[in-house]
Design a protein around this ligand. Structure first.
Ligand code: NDP
Length: 295
């Protein structure tokens, strides 16, 4: 029987755990953890993500701030803002919302973020530490998937995990993490991408299939083995006039036909999405505790 990995419920539980601890700290007179975001321009998806981040902060009692800049901000000005945030002791962690406008060197800006405040885990230093299994901030979305596997107690050791997608923010870290010698990983891991020949011949071998491909409902039932665990990272907003909102959210997996074949599957929405924001909150809390010598 198909069972669902309820990311929304797990996210709620983690937020309550953090909120409880923050209440105790602030009751002792300490300031609340502070997560900031840099938002350049008005891209719809970026605005929504930053708004969700603010909502998440409110729910756990964090301070949240957004530094908004116009689309035509110069790279120098943006780098000055990064420097300011690196030096502001009141900010524990921050994210620079991507994508940035074309005239700005994204890599340069990301790598200007202090690794100790890089709660998105996107700097070369944090990614390098991740690969070496050193203490670091893990990128939020793969970290959310790991949290889901840890909390659900699914057996992963010795399983074949196939990751579809090799982006720096999802597929590649996911591949790295699932290969680790850890209780929640220890998989034999394969990574597939747009040049993979006969993708289905790989996905059909997966005991655990993690999909981060960025194409709506791309993975169909014939690409999935019976009894697999399928983790759908994809998020797409598609028009739907039958909904009050005018849209609905779908993933990279065609759930209507894939779900009945799975032992475990993440729903979309309510699977990986809520845990991405929670990972950001967990990383911010970790940065705060380090800054205050609380661990
Ligand atoms: P990218 O577009 O950066 O990467 C997509 C990857 O999929 C690339 O590695 C690409 O290969 C591969 N790919 C594309 N087409 C195919 C194909 N036909 N066969 C095999 N592989 C293919 O996307 P992201 O990693 O940023 O995001 C992936 C998905 O996850 C998106 O739907 C995004 O919206 C969602 N997402 C969700 C988040 C969340 O909070 N849950 C957060 C971040 C992303 P190649 O490298 O060869 O081009």
């Amino acid at each position: 029987m198909t069972q669902f990995l309820d990311g929304k419920l797990m996210a709620q539980q983690i937020k309550e755990e953090i909120a409880n601890e923050v209440r105790q700290l602030t009751a002792k007179g300490m300031r609340a953890p502070h997560l900031a975001a840099v938002l350049v321009g008005n891209d719809g998806a970026s605005v929504t993500y930053v708004a969700n981040k603010e909502k998440g902060c409110n729910e756990v009692g964090f301070t949240s701030s957004v530094y908004r800049y116009p689309e035509n901000i110069s790279e120098d000005e943006l780098l000055k803002s990064i420097e300011f945030m690196n030096n502001d002791p009141e900010i524990d962690g921050y994210i620079v919302q991507l994508p940035l406008p074309k005239h700005i060197d994204e890599k340069k800006v990301i790598n200007a973020i202090s690794p100790e405040k890089d709660v998105d885990g996107f700097t070369s230093i944090n990614l390098g530490r991740m690969v070496l299994n050193e203490d670091c901030f893990l990128p939020a979305t793969p970290m959310g998937v790991v949290t889901m596997l840890q909390r659900s107690g699914l057996e992963t050791s010795g399983k074949h995990c196939v990751v579809v997608g090799r982006s720096n923010i999802v597929g590649t870290p996911m591949f790295n993490l699932m290969s680790r010698n850890e209780k929640w990983a220890n998989c034999t891991t394969t990574v597939c991408h747009s040049r993979t020949k006969d993708l289905a011949s790989f996905t059909r071998q997966a005991d655990i299939l993690i999909v981060a491909i960025g194409k709506p409902e791309f993975i169909t039932a014939d690409m999935v083995k019976d009894g697999a665990t399928v983790i759908d990272v994809g998020i797409h907003r598609i028009p739907d006039e039958t909904r009050k909102s005018g849209y609905r959210i779908i993933g990279d997996v065609k759930h209507s036909e894939v779900d009945p074949k799975c032992e475990w599957v993440t729903p979309v929405p309510g699977g990986c999405g809520p845990l991405t924001i929670v990972s950001l909150l967990q990383n911010t809390y970790k940065a705060y505790k380090k800054a205050h010598n609380l661990q």
